[in-house]
Design a protein. Structure first.
Length: 169
């Protein structure tokens, strides 16, 4: 075994490896892309816009765009042993809201979340989040509750026109 570790064997092995690598040719083929099925001209269809649908600057076009793309607001309600946090939620009518109800009630781990006015009856499990979407249509004060713990909260829906105004006005 000591003859394999001799300097002559090591040099000879290096020479053979170098010779094989330098003599052997490695060919690499590039990927061929077939463009024969590609269409010569791409066809675009245009939707003709009628003159009535194009808002002019004097018609309040910016308001039309901003009201058309209102993002969905998110509301988080936490169910605890002492009740809901927050126990009052304020919403605007006509706007979409995504509710996330989180149950952190350790004494009653599996409870319900009921919001009758919006047809929401959800089972909430400890440590889990239950999500649903609500779009209030009418103004008023509505309740939500947990019948197992006899805790209640309320949803106050105001008109979207009755938005808070700055104190300076």
């Amino acid at each position: 075994m000591s003859s394999l570790n001799s300097p002559i064997v090591k040099t000879y092995t290096k020479f053979i490896v170098f010779f094989l690598v330098s003599v052997l040719q490695v060919t690499v083929k590039a990927w061929d892309v077939d463009f024969s099925r590609r269409e010569k001209e791409l066809k675009f269809s245009r939707i003709p816009a009628s003159v009535d649908t194009i808002p002019t600057p004097n018609e309040g076009w910016m308001e039309k765009i901003s009201t058309a793309f209102q993002p969905e607001q998110e509301v988080v309600i936490i169910q605890t042993e002492t009740g809901f946090m927050p126990d009052t939620v304020r919403l605007k009518s006509g706007q979409s809201y995504r509710f996330h109800v989180v149950n952190v009630n350790e004494s009653n781990k599996n409870v319900s979340f009921i919001m009758d006015a919006f047809s929401q009856h959800e089972a909430t499990y400890f440590g889990k989040t239950k999500s649903f979407t609500v779009t209030p249509k009418a103004e008023g004060i509505f309740s939500f509750e947990c019948p197992e713990t006899a805790k209640q909260g309320r949803v106050v829906v105001i008109s979207s026109d009755d938005a808070r105004k700055p104190a300076s006005e």
